[in-house]
Structure formats: C-alpha cells, structure tokens
Design a protein around this ligand. Structure first.
Ligand SMILES: [Ca+2]
Length: 429
C-alpha cells in the first residue's frame, strides 16, 4: 500500500451524541433486515449463556418494523436507567455497576477507560460491557499493519509492482461492466456532485473489486483490535470504534453483524464509521444510507469527493520529464510552484497557469523513477487513502476505464464559475 497505511479519513466525527444523532438517519435499518436471517451464532455465543441471552435481545429491540428514533436525550435517559434501550439493558442492570470480567479484554485498564468514556457520552455501560465480553482481538491484523508500515527502500520498482496488481485486463473488464450496469446512477452522481464517473468507478474497484471482496473481518473486532492493540494509531481507531458503537446503537443493528476490512472499513466504498456518519448518502431514495447498496455507494463516494474539495473539470496529475529533485521532499504532501520545478528540469507537456502550485510525485518504477505533478484533485483522492501510490492508481485506473468506455457517456458536468484551470486535456497517464 505504497507509502502509508490507510487512515481513510482524518476528519473525525464530533464526539457528542447530539452531533451523531443529527447526522444519522435510518441507515442500517435495512441492513438489519437483510442480515437478520444470519442472526447470531458462532463460538462467541458459547462463552456465556447469560451474555448470549442478553445480546440476543439487542438486535430484536433494534430491528423492529421501523428504525428507532434515537435522540441524544433518549440515549442519555437510557444511560440514567430509563427503559428506552429496552430489555437488554434492563436485564443487565439487575447487577450492580457492570464490570468487564470475561473475555480477552477483561481486566484491561485501557478498555475500562474506553467504557468509561462511552458512558460519559451517554452510552450505557452495561451495553459496552456486554459487547466487550464478546469482542475478539485478531493478532493477524496487528502483524499485517506492522508489515504495511515498514518503509521499503527503493529504488526497486515498487510502483510498477503495485500498479500491476490493480490495473489489469480483468479489472478493466469488470470496471467497464460495472459502469455499464450502473450508468444511470453514475451519471446522476456525476451531475449532482461534479465528479467524473470514471473516478467513482475506479475507487469502488480498487476498494472492493466492485463488491467482489468487501472484507470478512467483524468490524467490531477489527476496530477493537486496533484501538487496544496498535498504539501507533490507537487514538484514531478508538474514535472510530466509538463512532461505530454509537452508530450501531442509534441505527438499531447488532454491532457484531457487519463485516469488512481489517481496518474497519465497510461496504462497496469501504467507508470508515466516521465517513459513514458524515458522507454517506441515501442515493436510491429508499430512506436509508446503506454502504452495502451499490447505488448508495456510488452517491456516497461522489459526495465524499465533493466534500473533500474535488474541482470539477480540473486535472488530477500530469507526468513530467525526469530530473533530480535534489533535496526536495516528494510525495502528495509536498507543494511547490510549478515554475520552480520546471526550472529544475521537471517539464510538463502542457502549459500551466501562472502561480500554479503542484506536488512533486516520485514513483519508483522499474527502470527508474517517474515524476508527476499532482494537482488539487490528486490531493482529494489522497483524502480517501493517504498514499501517493493509491491515489495514482485510482487516477490511472480511472483514465484507463474512461478510454475503454469510450465516448459512450459524455462526462463533463459543467465546470462551476470561477474554475481556476479547466484543462482536462492536460491529464495524461
Ligand atoms: Ca438507500
């Protein structure tokens, strides 16, 4: 994964229940319906008949005929002991202040602190204890994260290998099929949010192979594993775990049901819980924001890009002639006047406007480094995954899909007034 592990978002949801309540509508209600049949089974149910019985009641209280109308007041009331949250909480309240005494996280001070923190925000302690008694850490995830983090020492052709895994004839065929099948939704999302369809298709392709693989890790296990077992990113994943549990409670679904990536990302677009809360949209109009629905995913990815500054009609990246960067920092975080880089020998094949700033991207290609200028839209793609290689792969897959799809769809939402640089022809690659 290039130069970084994938914190999909830096923007974290404000932590108050009020904010959360304001942001969610009836989201995973239909998830609840579609997955209800799979129900609760498996080895976690054998760990404690009492816990199993209690937890079994949770989804039943949340998966009724209508989504629950949770409000911050209702959640706080339930924390104080009213019966808003239903039978499950009442059953556990029979004991005194519940403590986490079973499961792999029993006796862990950091987990107790997290439970305290959730309680302070109105999340019932009994519910947290019930959940954490069943959460299972996954050591494979920690090992995988460590492997990803190790920087590779180039040049050794890492970019060429990375690219070849993601841009293949099979991927182009599948992406074109997805585009054909969802052309109307893609066109509507493109018009509404100003993001070309090929970038929406490319993101969903790279994230999940258009739904072919959306991950098999239980989200709650993955997030807890990283929140309590991976100190380097513990703060980020603790926040995501909080967002996830609040989301599950408010939307009335069993937090043990959804599965996704080892990092807790969900659905076709692999949204983290915070992205779900802030950027998911109900694009098919059925009343819920469902990350496992293709149409909702298409709208949500486009909305995400729009909210992260996509500039309609502007280029993404352009390959420049190679030169020596000297001691300059390279990568998507760098920013220089294009004129300065051009004077060093990084020549763009097109004229760039005066004052244009770009990032200098260095790709470790077989046969030598490639250099590119990245524009603002390249930055937007990195908001999805903070990696130069990731964003460049999205860009190149998008371009290849556009070429393959040909003129069957006319992109080009009208560029808004004030567009600084309408030069889509400047893109290469
Ligand atoms: Ca929907």
């Amino acid at each position: 994964m290039g130069d970084a592990f994938p914190p999909r978002l830096q923007v974290l949801l404000p932590g108050t229940t009020k904010d959360v309540a304001a942001n969610i509508d009836a989201a995973i209600h239909d998830n609840c319906r579609s997955r209800a049949s799979r129900s609760l089974r498996g080895k976690e149910m054998r760990s404690s008949p009492l816990i199993a019985a209690v937890v079994l009641l949770l989804p039943l209280s949340g998966c009724g005929s209508k989504p629950p109308k949770s409000t911050p007041e209702a959640i706080l009331a339930s924390a104080r002991g009213s019966d808003h949250s239903g039978t499950a909480v009442r059953a556990i309240k029979l004991s005194t202040t519940p403590r986490l005494t079973i499961g792999p996280y029993a006796g862990r001070a950091d987990v107790e602190r997290f439970i305290d923190r959730m309680q302070a925000k109105g999340y019932p302690r009994a519910e947290s204890v019930s959940i954490f008694s069943r959460v299972r850490p996954d050591n494979w995830i920690i090992e995988y994260m460590d492997r990803q983090w190790r920087p590779s020492s180039g040049p050794n052709g890492a970019w060429t290998r990375y690219r070849s895994r993601h841009i293949t004839p099979g991927m182009l065929a599948k992406g074109t099929a997805f585009w054909n099948r969802h052309a109307a939704s893609l066109e509507r999302a493109s018009r509404q949010y100003g993001v070309p369809p090929e970038y929406i298709v490319a993101i969903i392709g790279i994230e999940t192979k258009w739904g072919g693989y959306m991950g098999k890790h239980r989200i709650v296990d993955a997030l807890a594993t990283l929140a309590f077992g991976y100190p380097r990113r513990a703060a980020y994943f603790s926040d995501e775990l909080e967002n996830y549990l609040v989301m599950a409670r408010q939307e009335g679904f069993d937090p043990f049901r959804p599965v996704g990536s080892f990092a807790g990302a969900m659905g076709y677009g692999q949204f983290m819980p915070s992205s779900y809360l802030k950027y998911a949209v109900d694009f098919d109009g059925d009343g819920s924001r469902n990350l496992w629905d293709r149409e909702d995913a298409i709208g949500s990815v486009a909305h995400y890009f729009q909210q992260h500054g996509w500039k309609t009609g502007e280029p993404v990246a352009v390959r420049v002639s190679s030169a020596s960067p000297g001691g300059l920092e390279v990568g998507f975080k760098s920013s220089y006047p294009a004129a300065q880089l051009q004077s060093m020998g990084f020549r763009a094949p097109v004229a760039l406007p005066d004052g244009q700033r770009v990032s200098l991207l260095q790709l470790d290609a077989a046969g030598g480094y490639e250099y590119w200028f990245g524009f603002d839209n390249f930055q937007t793609i990195t908001k999805y995954n903070k990696s130069t290689y990731y964003a460049m792969t999205v860009h190149q897959l998008a371009k290849a899909l556009r070429t393959r799809y040909g003129g069957r769809y006319s992109t080009a939402p009208v560029a808004p007034a004030g567009t600084r640089m309408a030069r889509p022809g400047a893109q290469t690659g």
